[in-house]
Design a protein around this ligand. Structure first.
Ligand code: ZN
Length: 165
């Protein structure tokens, strides 16, 4: 069940995704929340440097491994604007983080890219549970999917002089 608290954290993820897009990165944002509800970290995509492993879920998993006990990690929730890719899902599983709540699924994102004629990502859009079978995962969250879709649409259709496509 998605609660009002979940929605609040997911809205922050969408804001972070928008910030990423504004700074030339891809629109993905994530928030790490401890079991007691404390926000422990947030990050957005940072691939503009050319390092395409700089995903927020991966950064938060590594931060959690350094700064949280195994019990704290298991009780934590990772909120994210887009479902973890297989790399981030694996990192999440390896460090023993808890519940995942995402706005848009990997399958939805892959579908949008195909619809827009954008080349598919080089890594398969597997569901988190295909990588981490015991993961507790919730999403998509329809209330916010259109917002995330709009950010990705902007990434692939930047404003500017019309080029006829
Ligand atoms: Zn990822």
């Amino acid at each position: 069940m998605i609660s009002d608290v979940d929605l609040r954290h997911l809205r922050r993820c969408v804001e972070l995704a928008a910030e990423a897009l504004e700074s030339g990165d891809e629109p993905f944002g994530s928030v790490l929340v401890a079991g007691d509800g404390t926000i422990r970290g947030e990050d957005h995509n940072r691939v503009a440097s050319g390092d395409h492993t700089r995903h927020p879920e991966f950064a938060l998993a590594r931060w959690a491994a350094e700064h949280m006990t195994p019990a704290e990690r298991a009780a934590a929730t990772v909120y994210t604007s887009g479902e973890h890719c297989p790399m981030c899902a694996a990192a999440h599983g390896w460090v023993g983080l808890g519940r995942i709540v995402f706005v848009a699924s990997g399958a939805q994102l892959a579908g949008w890219l195909a619809e827009w004629g954008v080349p598919a990502a080089p890594v398969a859009a597997l569901p988190v549970t295909a990588v981490v079978p015991d993961a507790v995962v919730e999403g998509p969250v329809p209330e916010l999917v259109d917002d995330v879709r709009a950010l990705h649409h902007r990434l692939h259709h930047p404003p500017g002089p019309s080029t006829g496509n």
